[in-house]
Design a protein around this ligand. Structure first.
Ligand SMILES: [Mn+2]
Length: 313
């Protein structure tokens, strides 16, 4: 058994092609794809930020349609569909609101399809077929957070392969504060917890934050500072106050996820929970994959990655 799990790509198609080649996947004009022995699971967030978003989608989609890969929904694919899905609870508004910030974040994707309405429609249709999580008995994956309560809460809105059952998934999970909204946020954006009273910290960009991203996989975290998912160089900015309740921990089959903007050299920091998002959109980021071969504990030597700005193959 070989499953190649690939982290957040965010429109960096050249790095994707290099990584695929390292994994044994190459495309030639004459013969199409030559593939490795295994299969691929993409962890979502194909789009936004990077220079080659359309090409990234095309490559991943082709591998999926040929049966070589599965791609999961990331929060950016959800938002792309939500951007054109009307809210049922607030007429005239969209599930992904059209604030300046949200438009700016999504601008490059919209521009990539500016002269291709058909391609835009087709791409959004394809996004709506992407499963929210992957699970076989040996390994599992989700974009941000593995959480069985949230999975159960969404069950009636999903098909057997965990893909959205039509537009109702986007409408129901777009109702702010609903149980379905909460569940979708948990799986695709991760768990967050509010700091006590009006305590805040300033993030990397100087933005005031009243909530932390909660590390849902490590055990024995008792304070906000310990439990925050943040680069260690920034950790001291988080208040060292006790968490209101015990933080969750993960103990199950190997679980792969992206989303968390890890920095530095890819590494295994938990035997069963493996983040593969190493911030390819940042100047020193890398695009990261893990070659799963049936092991019950994650291995450092199964991580594989490519640096930024390498020549396309
Ligand atoms: Mn994400």
């Amino acid at each position: 058994m070989l499953i190649n799990f690939i982290g957040d790509i965010h429109g960096y198609a050249n790095e994707l092609k290099t990584l695929l080649a390292k994994l044994g996947y190459r495309k030639s004009l004459r013969r199409g794809w030559s593939t490795g022995d295994g299969t691929i699971v993409f962890l979502g967030d194909l789009i936004d930020r990077g220079p080659h978003q359309k090409q990234t989608v095309d490559i991943v989609r082709e591998l999926c349609e040929l049966g070589h890969a599965t791609c999961l929904t990331g929060n950016h694919e959800f938002n792309a569909v939500g951007f054109v899905t009307k809210r049922t609870d607030e007429p005239g508004k969209f599930v992904r609101s059209h604030t300046d910030n949200h438009i700016q974040q999504h601008q490059a994707f919209l521009e990539a399809f500016a002269n291709d309405a058909h391609g835009y429609r087709e791409t959004l249709d394809w996004f709506q077929t992407l499963p929210i999580w992957f699970d076989n008995s040996n390994a599992r994956a989700v974009h941000a957070c593995w959480n069985t309560v949230a999975q159960n809460d969404l069950a009636s809105l999903l098909n057997d392969d965990h893909s959205p059952r039509g537009r109702s998934f986007y409408e129901q999970t777009g109702i702010y504060g609903s149980r379905a909204w909460e569940a979708r946020e948990t799986l695709l954006n991760g768990l967050e917890v509010k700091l006590p009273n009006d305590v805040f910290f300033s993030d990397y960009y100087g933005v005031k934050r009243y909530r932390i991203r909660l590390n849902w996989w490590q055990s024995q975290q008792t304070t906000f500072q310990e439990a925050a998912v943040i680069d260690d160089s920034q950790r001291s900015t988080i208040p060292d106050l006790p968490l209101p309740e015990k933080s969750p921990t993960y103990d199950g089959p190997l679980c792969f996820f992206g989303h968390y903007w890890m920095r530095g050299t890819p590494r295994i920091s938990h035997p069963h929970a493996i983040c593969l998002d190493y911030s390819v959109a940042l100047h020193d980021g890398v695009l990261c994959a893990y070659q799963f071969k049936g092991e019950t504990k994650a291995r450092q030597d199964h991580l594989i990655w490519v640096n930024k700005s390498v020549t396309a193959v």
